[in-house]
Design a protein around this ligand. Sequence first.
Ligand SMILES: [Fe+2]
Ligand SMILES: [Fe+2]
Length: 285
Amino acid sequence: MPTIKSKKPQAKIRKVNFKFEKPFPKHWFNSNPIATHFMNAQHLVFPDGEKFFIRSVKAFTEVYANDEELRNRVKNFIGQEGTHFAEHQKFWDIMESQDLNPDGFVDFYRRTAWDGVEKWLRSNLKNKRIGDKLSLSVTVALEHFTAMLAESGIIHKDITEDMPQEMKDLFMWHAAEEIEHKSIPFDVLKKVDDSYALRISGMFIATFGLWFYLTKGTIYLTQQDKDVKRKDVLKHAFSFVNNFRKNFGNTLSSQYFQYFRKDFHPDQIDNYYLAEELLKNKNYA
Ligand SMILES: [Fe+2]
Ligand SMILES: [Fe+2]
């Protein structure tokens, strides 16, 4: 095994308060509306997703109640995700002021993902708590995704270079904490049910769900945006996909498949040091 560059950090709950000034540039990411709306879609998808992560680990409190270390780690995980959703949700107001009508997408997302699929799983697969376990497994898989995206985002700093400072800080802080807490829900799932089939089933649902809602959100917001010229959509989409592939492609394609190894654990991916450096440089206590 290659040398590990950093030791596992303790996830900490940090006080932050990002402020977005109005008027905020409408196409704030690379002056590219498609790239911007992909990021805006994350502002809409993450908060309810993070509330789902919290529900999923809380559903098994009794499993780690007597394990003091894991109980504390889960408390910090919940605290971090709770701060994340609140900070991302602040941007909804700006999107509203830009006539992007974020509620239209959020309503669809809530109706289908949480009041639809999650509710169905939890209420119909009650035997051996399969529905709850599957929800936790989806959470673990989504945490793998957020850690992969976070690693790429931190390594390829130049992609956020042109972002308004406050937005850049929000995404970088979130990225660092995603890496910091990546193994916590994984360790809960291991204690709840160590089944390989369960972990992999969660990954299939997560892969479909994440890309479906991010794509749907990007298309929805682009359609709402009156300042996007139809004739330029393909050009912007092509440039966005090309940049995304260049900056995120390698990490996503290699680390995604590592998840399918039977003995996989998030600690095997050595990226804690990236989070640690970033949080230290930015003076987050
Ligand atoms: Fe998060
Ligand atoms: Fe997370």
